[in-house]
Design a protein around this ligand. Structure first.
Ligand code: GDP
Ligand code: MG
Length: 592
């Protein structure tokens, strides 16, 4: 049987998972009465948020022109933070459907994902989706695809993933246009691990694409990069739930379980060969390790949960190789982790998963990019968090990104002003379609990881999309802001900031602390400090407990004595300086 492997790619919400639903129905892979919208989004979090986080493979069969074909589809996430998922799935297939929403037109991620698919040399089939919608601008959007992406009228399909209109034709186009997976079954086995997850019974289960040869149950296998060995305990395909088979051959997509429980032994991008044939095959290109872009300190609210947090992170890392973590400890929180993420949504989703899937309560610091500096003797130093800072550092630099933004031309002026205020450098603008613009900027990554997208949406009344890629390091003027509470430095509040922003931020932090810190029985000075100089100050007033109240109308000397005793006590407390900082305070200070 011929095998066609393909993905669906697009900007978020343009209808990938809904189109996958229609394919599952047409090919009768899922029975009509079992069908539910976005069937492949199986994680609770995905269903709730209505977004795809993990790529999901599924195998279907379809007869066309009297010939039966195996179709392996991989549904992918559309958000930029999960682009790494997209690029991994692209290496396992030969073709891609590129969806564009007829009501919204081309968006930033449409372009980025198309670029990735082109780099992999995939056959690309563009399709305008949601043509059933009253807001559909089908012809206009086709024009955009022709102008900006360079496809011809005949290449572009028009469909409704919701009603099914045009979907059978599109599936047949995939069978027609996408190259069949080459048949290399006579070669020695080589299989690419493109994803894996943890199963409590089977251990690590890896999703694989067989590139050459074939693999059977009970065979002994070898992982070229990790040099681990295993035995095939179970082998199978996705329908979309796992269904065991006896053999997988060249061109097929499926899963393998070896009983290996140690997540470290199985790496995404590794090549599986048969044990004893290590010398016969070279490793597949695999994947470039994704580099985390933002760093956050993560602490369990209850120190007793530290081990649980550690196990949880290890398990999540199994199918999220972009997740980075390293142990760290702070005076106020005890032990926790410095974690690295691909972006803010990636961080948010991971923390949500830690909460839900592992029942963890977390304290989280403010996110930071990876800064660099020259230390003593000109050695390059990496600054993941304010704890890595030294006053000896000089020649700071920070990551910059190329940002691509798509907006309606009505908002051009406002968007220009906004990005200029953030040190953005305008590189290019392209008008396309009816009154739309693609803008290209360069700007510091630290501006993008914050509220940039939110602000952009506000300015454009929701009509903006954004994608970015890192373009290397550029000089930066950075300082470390420290916060003193009752004269004592609380490192957990420290931040690294551009010099021109530090005064405003130092003021904001102490004002916020004054608002959210619980009052103590003595007054507490709150100070912001940079390079040995106090640059902001507030005072948290003491709670007033009237120790003399029981003596109402009573004798004056006794009253005075009590007040003095209280004053003395407060002074002692203050000297001891134990200000308890409840975890909520961190959320409030960094959450705004
Ligand atoms: P994804 O993020 O690309 O996977 O998009 P989804 O498949 O989750 O769809 C996003 C939203 O668009 C959902 O509310 C769908 O119901 C809706 N949608 C998808 N396809 C169509 C379509 O053809 N017509 C209309 N009117 N809505 C659609
Ligand atoms: Mg989806």
């Amino acid at each position: 049987m011929k095998i066609k492997n393909f993905v669906i790619i697009s900007h978020i919400d343009h209808g990938k998972s809904t189109l996958a639903d229609r394919f599952l129905e047409i090919t009768e892979t899922v029975k009509k009465d079992k069908m539910k919208p976005q069937y492949l989004d199986s994680m609770d979090l995905e269903r709730e948020k209505g977004i795809t986080i993990k790529m999901t493979p599924v195998r279907m069969e379809y007869s066309f022109k009297g010939e039966k074909t195996i179709l392996n589809l991989i549904d992918t996430p559309g958000h930029i933070d999960f682009n790494y998922e997209v690029s991994r799935s692209l290496a396992a297939v030969e073709g891609a459907i590129l969806l564009v929403d007829a009501t919204k037109g081309i968006q930033a991620q449409t372009i980025t994902n198309l670029d990735l698919a082109k780099q992999e040399g995939l056959t690309i089939i563009p399709a305008v989706n949601k043509i059933d919608s009253p807001q559909a601008r089908t012809e206009e959007v086709k024009k955009e695809i022709k102008e900006l992406l360079g496809f011809t009228e005949e290449e572009i399909s028009a469909i409704s993933a919701k009603t099914g209109e045009g979907v059978v034709l599109l599936l047949e186009k995939v069978i027609d246009k996408v190259k069949s997976a080459p048949d290399n079954s006579d070669k020695p086995l080589r299989a690419l691990i493109f994803d894996s997850q943890y199963d409590p019974f089977l251990g690590v289960v890896s999703n694989i694409r067989i590139i050459d040869g074939s693999l059977k149950t009970n065979e002994k296998i070898y992982f070229i990069n990790s040099q681990a060995q295993g035995v095939v305990k179970e082998l199978g395909i996705f329908k979309p739930e796992r269904v065991p088979v006896q053999e997988l051959s060249s061109g097929e997509i499926g899963y393998v379980a070896t009983g290996i429980k140690d997540p470290e032994k199985i790496r995404i991008g590794d090549t599986i060969v048969l044990l004893g044939e290590e010398g016969l095959a070279s490793p597949l290109p695999g994947y470039k390790n994704p580099e985390p872009k933002i760093f956050v300190s993560l602490y369990p609210k209850e120190q007793a949960d530290f081990e649980l947090l550690k196990t949880a992170l290890l398990k999540l890392k199994l199918n999220d190789s972009a997740l980075f973590f390293e142990q760290q400890s702070f005076h106020v929180f005890g032990r926790g982790f410095l974690c690295g993420f691909l972006g803010s949504l990636h961080a948010e989703i991971t923390m949500e998963r830690l909460r839900r899937e592992f029942g963890l309560d977390l304290v989280v610091s403010s996110p930071q990019v990876l800064f660099k500096a020259k230390g003593n003797q000109g050695k390059e130093e990496l600054i993941y968090s304010p704890t890595n800072w030294s006053d000896d550092f000089k020649n700071f630099s920070e990551p910059w990104a190329e940002v691509r933004i798509i907006i309606g031309s009505a908002y051009l002026g406002r968007v220009f002003d906004f990005i200029n205020s953030l040190e953005g450098k305008h590189i290019d603008s392209y008008p396309f379609g009816e009154n739309r613009y693609l803008l290209v900027y360069e700007m510091p990554l630290r501006e993008i990881i914050g509220k940039f997208y939110e602000s952009l949406l506000n300015i454009t009344q929701g009509f903006a999309s954004l994608t970015f890629k890192e373009i290397g390091y550029r000089p930066a003027d950075l300082v470390k802001l420290e916060i003193l509470i009752n004269g004592k430095k609380e490192e957990a509040f420290s931040r690294i900031l551009p010099r021109r922003k530090v005064n405003a931020e130092a003021r904001r932090m102490v004002e916020k602390l004054k608002e959210v810190l619980p009052r103590q029985s003595f007054s507490v000075p709150l100070q912001g400090k940079v390079g040995g100089k106090i640059i902001s100050r507030e005072t948290l007033a003491a709670t007033r407990k009237d120790v003399t109240a029981p003596l109402y109308g009573g004798d004056y000397t006794r009253k005075k004595k009590l007040l003095e005793k209280q004053k003395e006590g407060k002074k002692k407390l203050k000297e001891k300086g134990e200000v308890k900082i409840p975890p909520e305070v961190f959320l409030k200070v960094f959450g705004s």
